[in-house]
Design a protein around this ligand. Structure first.
Ligand code: ATP
Ligand code: MG
Length: 244
C-alpha cells in the first residue's frame, strides 16, 4: 500500500515543458490503461519498455492544425508516450526569410499543445545560440532521454531538407524517421533517397494548411479560425503578428 501511494504521487506530478518528464508521462499513460492492472504490473511494464518519444521540429510560425494532426496521428500509430514539439531557433533553410521572434513562436506552440496530455514543448533549439541544425536537436533530446526510443516526425516535403542536413549520415542513429503525407507536396523519390528502412512514410488525414498561408491570411486580416487552435488565433490578434 505504501508503495502504491508513493508511486501514484510521482505519477500525478505534472510534466514540465522542457521535455524532462518522460518517466511521469509514461506512468500516466500506463495508469490510464484499463489492461495495465495494479501498480506493480505498471512498474514492470515500464522497466521493460523504454519510453517512446516523438520529436516534432518546426518553425511553427505559427503552429497550425496540420502540425497537431500529424503529431497526434504518429503518436497513435507508433504508440508514443509523448510528443515533444521543438520550435527552431534560426532555421538553417529559412535564413533568407523573416521569421517571427522565437518567444512568440514558442508561446504559440505552448498554447496550441497545452490541452493534449501527451504533448510537451522543448526550448532546446531556441535557447541554443546560432543557427538551428537538427542534428543538434537530436543530440540534445537524446541527452535528456538516454533510454528512450526516439521518433522524428516530419512532413514528406521536409525529407528533402533532411537529406541536405549537416552530418546527415549520422542522424539515422539518433531516431526513427516518420514522414507524414502533406497535401500539395509530392514526395516522389525523396524517401527512396534516404538509406533503406530509415524513413517510414505514413498517410495522415490530409490538412492542406501551411504557416505561409496563415501568415498571408493574417496580413490581409482574413480569418484564420479553425486553421490554428483558438488560443493561437487570439495570440496572433493580441500581439498584432503578421501585419504588414
Ligand atoms: P512554412 O509555410 O512557414 O514553411 P509549414 O506549414 O511548412 O510552415 P513548418 O513549421 O515549416 O510549417 O513545418 C514543420 C513540420 O511540419 C515540417 O516537417 C512540415 O513538413 C510539417 N507540416 C507542416 N504542415 C503540415 C501539414 N499540413 N500536414 C503535414 N505535415 C505538415
Ligand atoms: Mg515548411
Amino acid at each position: 500500500m505504501t508503495t502504491a501511494v508513493t508511486d501514484d504521487s510521482s505519477a500525478q506530478a505534472a510534466p514540465d515543458c522542457h521535455g524532462r518528464s518522460q518517466r511521469r508521462m509514461s506512468e500516466l499513460s500506463l495508469q490510464n490503461d484499463p489492461d495495465s492492472g495494479g501498480v506493480s504490473k505498471r512498474i514492470n511494464r515500464q522497466r521493460h519498455h523504454p519510453p517512446r518519444i516523438g520529436i516534432m521540429g518546426g518553425t511553427f510560425d505559427p503552429i497550425h492544425n496540420g502540425h497537431l494532426v500529424a503529431a497526434s496521428e504518429v503518436a497513435w500509430v507508433y504508440d508514443l508516450d509523448e510528443v515533444i514539439f521543438v520550435p527552431t531557433g534560426r532555421p538553417v533553410f529559412k535564413q533568407d526569410k523573416v521569421v517571427t521572434n522565437a518567444e512568440d513562436r514558442y508561446l504559440m506552440t505552448v498554447i496550441a499543445t497545452a490541452p493534449n496530455p501527451k504533448f510537451t514543448v522543448s526550448r532546446v533549439d531556441i535557447d541554443r545560440p546560432g543557427i538551428t541544425y537538427t542534428i543538434d536537436t537530436l543530440r540534445d533530446i537524446r541527452g535528456q532521454y538516454p533510454d528512450a526510443e526516439l521518433f522524428f516526425i516530419t512532413g514528406a516535403d521536409a525529407v528533402a531538407e533532411i537529406l541536405r542536413w549537416k552530418d546527415v549520415d549520422s542522424i539515422w542513429d539518433y531516431a526513427h524517421f516518420v514522414a507524414v503525407t502533406r497535401p500539395g507536396y509530392s514526395d516522389s523519390g525523396t524517401i527512396r533517397r534516404a538509406p533503406k528502412g530509415k524513413v517510414d512514410a505514413l498517410e495522415i488525414p490530409a490538412l492542406a494548411i501551411s504557416s505561409t498561408d496563415i501568415r498571408h491570411r493574417a496580413s490581409l486580416r482574413e480569418p484564420v479560425w479553425y486553421l490554428v487552435p483558438d488560443g493561437v488565433v487570439q495570440y496572433i490578434a493580441k500581439h498584432g503578428l503578421y501585419r504588414v
